[in-house]
Write a protein that binds this ligand. Structure first.
Ligand SMILES: Nc1ncnc2c1ncn2[C@@H]1O[C@H](COP(=O)(O)OP(=O)(O)OP(=O)(O)O)[C@@H](O)[C@H]1O
Ligand SMILES: O=C(O)[C@H](O)CO
Length: 514
């Protein structure tokens, strides 16, 4: 029974749940769930649509998870693929080779060409050349052809296709200006859709009259099709005016290259914009093959299999990473208080106060009510409780240290948990573990996917005489966690990318079990 597990076992459960979640969104698995090929009749089925295949398939792709996605479709449709080009992050193939992940790499006899570029997830000359090659391929297709488009996070930078009046340098400058102003991915991609040829539905329009099937792995909260990789195969309802308004809102209008402003002004009522508004999209099928929700559901299933009561709190978690870290400690305190309360639903002042704080940080009252039900089930059954969430947080970097948003979140939770433990607030007799990690296996510019902590970690940090707050203030979470034997979550580059996951495990236990 999970509730009587030791510290080591619980730690292992947390990483096992994370690994299982990642496995649910690995390319081979996701593609085979949505794409089937009946070789006898040459029928390709993608969800509810069927296509007659006859050596008429072309493949293009762009994104961090596209290597494995291309391998998966090559395995399925190998004899029918005529040509293909994928644009993937620089060093992808070498790192998969190094990790022995052969299922993520195309075989030497494939017809799909692999191009690498976009260092540090920024558009560059390599990704510009890749986009040109992709453009050329898709615009040569005819009505009898089928184009498979593989899309995942990082796709925008890997398909750099500025309009002919805008130079690559100007596009790169614009990306920098907007990023420095902390533009959200929705804001950044709004602009990209209006200034790039292949974005905002442009790729599908260029491929017309071919049939277009987009297989999309979502790395954006809420899975908005028109934002993921700037929606190259999705109708774009946005306008050039919205871009100008955005520049004003971010106070960058004076810094935006004049070629961009001129392009946007000319785009209003242009034949190009009108053609896209009137385009018939019936030749396009967009399919989300994987998302954070799918990973969270698998983590919950693994938790149940391991003997926990599991509850998915949210799959749209955002905000400042360190705020979310302390939110999880408030949730832990809340869980422990409800556990210990004599009567289910008892409204003691400490609970009401905590609930107020939790709601203030963005958790809905209805989610708290569901959480209470899960706590009650856990208490009645004697099983441990597993709370799962997913999404993507942000970090305002002020220090000079090494870290990532997940490790920063876990470090902040360790500080809050340490305070909570030392003031003896509600947490005694509870064995608590908190993990946060990126499903791509890389948290910020570090080698780790994330980190996991427990009371044992806090004790070890105290024994080492470490000041955790100092590391947090310097955004140096990775340096800190690297000093411990099992605080980092290390998976290597996973080959998928559906944002981040958090796993909170609370086991009621006697202290002598730990
Ligand atoms: N020292 C640091 N401490 C905390 N966070 C950091 C640090 N350095 C960079 N980051 C964060 O890491 C993020 C960039 O890393 P990463 O490449 O994993 O994210 P991404 O570009 O959003 O890609 P993906 O969505 O695929 O994970 C940025 O959000 C940045 O704020
Ligand atoms: O490539 C992009 O635009 C981001 O990763 C969001 O999908």
């Amino acid at each position: 029974m999970a509730n009587t597990q030791t510290n080591t076992a619980t730690h292992k459960h947390a990483t096992q749940m994370f690994d299982s979640a990642v496995s649910a969104v690995l390319p081979q698995h996701m593609i085979s769930e949505h794409v089937q090929f009946e070789a006898e009749n040459n029928i390709l089925t993608v969800d509810d649509r069927e296509y007659k295949v006859n050596k008429n398939v072309y493949v293009v792709g762009f994104g961090k998870a596209v290597c494995g996605m291309a391998r998966a479709v090559d395995n399925i449709l190998r004899n029918h693929i005529q040509a293909g080009i994928i644009s993937v992050p620089i060093g992808s193939v070498a790192s998969f080779k190094k990790a022995g992940k052969s299922e993520m790499i195309l075989t030497s006899d494939t017809k799909i060409n692999v191009l690498e570029g976009a260092k540090n997830n920024l558009p560059d000359d390599n990704s510009h050349q890749s986009a040109k090659a992709i453009h050329q391929l898709v615009s040569s297709l005819t009505a009898k052809d089928i184009l498979l488009v593989l899309i995942s996070g990082g796709g925008s930078a890997l398909l750099s296709s500025p309009s002919s009046s805008i130079s690559l340098e100007d596009e790169m400058k614009l990306t920098q200006i907007l990023s420095r102003r902390a533009a959200t991915i929705q804001q950044l991609n709004l602009v990209r859709k209006n200034i790039e040829i292949l974005k905002g539905g442009g790729l599908a329009i260029e491929a017309h009259p071919a049939k277009v099937i987009s297989l999309i792995l979502s790395d954006v909260i809420g899975d908005p099709l028109d934002t993921i990789a700037s929606g190259p195969t999705v109708p774009d309802p946005s306008t050039p005016k919205q871009c100008i308004n955005l520049f004003e809102e971010l106070k960058v209008l004076d810094h935006v290259p004049s070629s961009v402003i001129e392009h946007l002004q000319a785009l209003v009522n242009s034949p190009e914009k009108q053609a896209s508004e009137q385009h018939d999209w019936s030749h396009v099928q967009n399919v989300i093959v994987g998302s954070n929700t799918k990973a969270a559901l698998r983590a919950a299933k693994e938790a149940t299999d391991l003997g926990y009561v599991s509850y998915i709190l949210s799959t749209t978690l955002d905000g400042e990473a360190k705020e979310i870290g302390s939110l999880f400690v408030q949730l832990t305190e809340y869980i422990c208080l409800v556990y210990k309360s004599k009567h289910y639903g008892e409204r003691i002042p400490a609970l009401v106060e905590l609930e107020f704080e939790i709601i203030k940080k963005g958790i809905e009252k209805s989610s708290i009510n569901e959480l209470i039900k899960a706590i009650e089930m856990s208490r009645n059954s004697g099983l441990g409780l597993c709370v799962i969430s997913g999404g993507e947080t942000t970090v305002k970097i002020k220090g000079s240290g090494k870290g990532g948003r997940n490790q920063e979140m876990v470090l902040s939770s360790a500080i809050a948990y340490g305070k909570s433990l030392s003031s003896n607030r509600n947490l005694e007799h509870f064995n608590v573990h908190f993990l946060s990690a990126g499903t791509d296996g890389q948290d910020g510019p570090t080698e780790a996917a994330g980190a996991v902590i427990s009371a044992e970690f806090i004790k070890q940090a105290e024994d080492k005489g470490l000041d955790l707050q100092e590391y947090l203030d310097n955004n140096d979470s990775n340096t800190l966690f690297s000093m411990f034997t099992n605080a980092l979550v290390e998976t290597g580059f996973t080959g998928t990318n559906v944002m981040d996951l958090q796993i909170l495990l609370v086991n009621f236990t006697q202290l002598n079990n730990q």
